[in-house]
Design a protein around this ligand. Structure first.
Ligand code: M6R
Length: 607
């Protein structure tokens, strides 16, 4: 979702702004723009197309202070006139990520004061509001006054034509980092935008306003008090955001899964036993008191939660429910203070998940655990307990390695919970640890099936719909496979628990409806085989991802991908990868923008 970069330096910062936006492209956007102060004037360049186009258009633009933005449309269609930065009377320029909920009311008031609106965005009110206060004080004071009138979420960057060495930034509900350089300072929506110039970063907190000058910066907290925040050294590696030998980030990230799993499981696999402390020191006190688990997440992360429910109830014997985060806070639920509320998020900034977490806390849940891939993200900071998946930066909009590492983390949670509840004896614990240590190698073997999957994908290129089937803990994997396919190939795909087929969706089955099935060698195999027969008997084309020894054979209309082994409880993790690859290769056939599918954003920071 929208990306922000800002800089104040003693050099031309246009290349920094453009490079920063290029690094933020993965978040998803439909237009881009930048503005700098040059010889006492605001010089703005905007483009409805790609950042590369903005780079060309701004090749002759120069300035020592500036702000830049990639826009993911919320208010107003994607167009140059709606692209940020937005300006007020050639004096104030603003970039914004988030949604201003009271913008209509503010727009009416500002129009009455004589301000002219040139876009359909909610952001433009911020520029005019700051302008309306600027005559009475500094840019910092005017911005603070304007912010006090806003209802909603924002990360903003502000500059003024008559203030060529200063940038004001603020965040509330949307992410923003401060980059500390040598006599130059920066802001960015995430670290990948800033790595080109600095590794020294300050994670701004909710309500922070920061004044950036060339030689110094000042941070004010939500109460307006000047505060010091620690400068941290980012461990993000510039190479990890490079494409390298791969054609797309999604392909790269699928292939990074063995390493991502090994990294995520590292501390556990090197130890001889599992302890609650891997989720934070307070877990030792909290876990024995937990009566049930509530998992809150969106999209792919929600699918991870759905798999975990099977593990938690079967292995740890603890009741678990999984809710779509965007729904949870709008229904009346019955809180239990002994519930462990688990949020799962790759980005840690998903507005719906964050709001669900806050709702859970407001209704009396104090046991909160975040499973997240981004250190210092809002969800991590606002949870009592935490587990960091170590997938590394995930750039492709379609989540891949984040998902399988979330599953690994949730399996650890299951084992720890089982142990705390006396449901895991020493021998079983050692057996599970052994299986976890083997997981990266097993994943590597599955990824070696890539050529066969690429071949299989050719059957999907001319299709408009697909069904995905799974049973038990593999039903959420089928749902994840369907999500991947629709997200990047734009083929309509739906997932069903295989037993549900005859209750309706079977009516859809014909030769033009590919039916993809996850077929692990587990206790539900024979039931699944019967369901597959129902499809075959109706002329459906089956694509079965079958474990060894399932005795499902290829025949007319039945295509088999033979999985190397059956991985017991860890099977959902391994069955995910071929479905990711299938979606990837189908998208290649369709020629879609794999890493930046239409209409989608990587971090969904608005509701
Ligand atoms: O960053 P999060 O894990 O909180 O994101 C949640 C969803 O937006 C995300 O998983 C989305 O469904 C992915 N694009 C799916 O590939």
């Amino acid at each position: 979702m929208c990306g922000i970069v800002g800089a104040v330096a003693k050099r031309n910062i246009v290349p920094v702004l453009v490079n920063g936006l290029l690094r933020l492209e993965y978040r998803g956007y439909d237009s881009a723009g930048l503005v700098v102060v040059h010889e006492g004037k605001l010089e703005r360049v905007r483009s409805e197309g790609r950042v590369a186009e903005l780079g060309q258009k701004s090749a002759n633009t120069q300035g020592d202070v500036g702000i830049a933005h990639t826009r993911w449309a919320t208010h107003g269609v994607p167009s140059e006139r709606n692209a940020h930065p937005h300006m007020s009377r050639e004096l104030i320029a603003v970039v914004h990520n988030g949604i201003i909920e009271n913008y209509e009311e503010l727009r009416t008031e500002l129009t009455a004061q004589g301000y002219e609106f040139t876009s359909d965005t909610d952001t433009e009110v911020i520029a005019h509001l700051i302008h309306s206060h600027y005559a009475q004080g500094s840019l910092l004071a005017a911005t603070k006054m304007a912010l006090s009138q806003l209802v909603g979420a924002y990360a903003i960057g502000v500059i003024a034509a008559d203030n060529p060495h200063q940038l004001i930034a603020a965040r509330k509900g949307s992410p923003l980092l401060l980059g500390v350089g040598d006599s130059e300072h920066f802001v960015g929506s995430d670290m990948s935008a800033l790595l080109q110039v600095t590794r020294n970063v300050v994670y701004l907190e909710e309500g922070d306003v920061v004044e950036l000058n060339v030689d110094n910066y000042r941070i004010f907290d939500a109460e307006g008090t000047e505060v010091q925040r620690p400068v941290q050294i980012s461990e993000l590696n510039n190479d990890s955001v490079e494409l390298g030998e791969y054609q797309h980030y999604m392909q790269k990230e699928i292939h990074e899964q063995p390493q991502a799993l090994a990294d995520t499981l590292e501390s556990v696999c090197n130890s001889q036993s599992l302890v609650p402390g891997i989720f934070g020191a307070e877990a030792n006190d909290i876990f024995p008191r937990v009566e049930n688990i509530l998992i809150l997440a969106c999209g792919t992360s929600n699918h991870a939660g759905q798999v975990a429910r099977y593990w938690l109830e079967e292995i740890a014997g603890i009741p678990c429910i999984v809710e779509i985060a965007s729904e949870y806070r709008y229904r009346t639920s019955v809180p239990n203070p002994k519930t462990l509320v688990v949020t799962i998020s790759q980005s840690g900034e998903t507005a719906d998940t964050l709001a669900a977490l806050n709702h859970a806390k407001a209704t009396g849940h104090s046991y909160t655990l975040a499973i997240c891939n981004v250190p210092e993200s809002a969800i991590i900071r606002q949870s009592k307990l935490r587990f960091l998946t170590r997938a590394g930066p995930e750039i492709g909009v379609a989540s891949t390695k984040a998902f399988t590492t979330q599953l690994a983390a949730l399996f650890l949670l299951t084992l720890v919970m089982a142990k705390v509840r006396d449901r895991l004896n020493e021998a079983r614990e050692q057996q599970f640890l052994h299986e976890l240590r083997h997981l990266p190698a097993a994943m590597l073997k599955v990824l070696a099936l890539e050529p066969q999957i690429a071949e299989m994908s050719k059957h999907f290129a001319d299709k408009h719909h697909a069904l995905f089937l799974g049973r038990g803990m593999h039903f959420p994997i089928a749902a994840e496979g369907a999500l991947k396919l629709k997200e990047i190939s734009y083929i309509h795909a739906e997932a069903y628990p295989a037993g549900e087929l005859k209750h309706g969706p079977l009516a859809l089955v014909d030769k033009d409806m590919p039916v993809v099935s996850v077929a692990p060698n587990d206790t539900l195999l024979e039931k699944l085989k019967s369901n597959l027969q129902e499809v075959k008997a109706r002329g459906g084309q089956l694509f079965v991802f079958a474990d060894a020894n399932t005795h499902i054979h290829a025949s007319e209309g039945v295509h088999i991908l033979q999985m190397p082994e059956h991985a017991g409880f860890l099977s959902p993790i391994l069955h995910t990868a071929p479905l990711q690859l299938l979606a990837y290769y189908v998208a290649l056939q369709k020629g879609t923008d794999v890493d930046k599918p239409r209409n989608l954003a990587k971090s969904v920071t608005v509701e």
